[in-house]
Design a protein around this ligand. Structure first.
Ligand code: SF4
Ligand code: SF4
Length: 163
């Protein structure tokens, strides 16, 4: 797994043009069963891939924190919302709350998330490969395949299944 993660940026770069073309075609004419297919592919991949062997998303890119996330996590720590923001977050160029630094401060050395039950929505949903109308997030997915080995595999499988 570690070798795969190390090589992932290069593998994703090599596939970038092919993936871009694939998603452009997918957007124009998404198959009727796309939602079901993505559910299948997602489930099959995450049976094989254990996020605890990876944690590359938590190590290299932080999530966005919605206001609801901030309130929920601050409450979990019994902190005032503003105190939590000051300690852990910053506002990025898109005006969103993000982590002050990566790897995520809530990630343990065993790859467990110390706030798993209250983690941000973006963490719960990453890499979004079981999302409905998956063709609508192709730009995001083009980036995610360079971070997430599972997303990379899912897109490779998608290309085999959708001609
Ligand atoms: S979601 Fe992807 S990048 Fe994150 S830990 Fe799981 S396999 Fe790794
Ligand atoms: S909050 Fe948890 S799941 Fe989200 S990036 Fe941090 S360690 Fe990973």
């Amino acid at each position: 797994m570690q070798d795969f993660i190390k090589n992932l940026p290069k593998l994703a770069k090599d596939k970038h043009n092919e993936n871009k073309k694939f998603f452009a075609k997918l957007k124009k004419k998404p198959p009727k069963n796309l939602d079901y297919l993505m559910e299948d592919l997602h489930e099959a991949e995450f049976k094989r891939t254990d996020c605890l062997d990876c944690a590359n998303c938590c190590k290299t890119t932080g999530p966005l924190f919605t206001d609801k996330d901030v309130d929920r996590i601050a409450k979990h720590f019994r902190m005032k919302t503003q105190q939590f923001i000051n300690q852990y977050l910053r506002v990025d160029e898109d005006n969103d709350y993000v982590l002050q630094s990566v790897p995520c401060t809530f990630l343990g050395s065993d790859n467990y998330c110390s706030i798993y039950d209250v983690r941000p929505k973006a963490c719960r949903e990453f890499p979004h490969t079981d999302r409905k109308k998956f063709q609508q997030i192709s730009n995001l997915t083009l980036k995610n395949v360079a971070i997430c080995p599972a997303a990379f595999n899912i897109i490779e499988e998608m290309k085999k299944r959708i001609k």
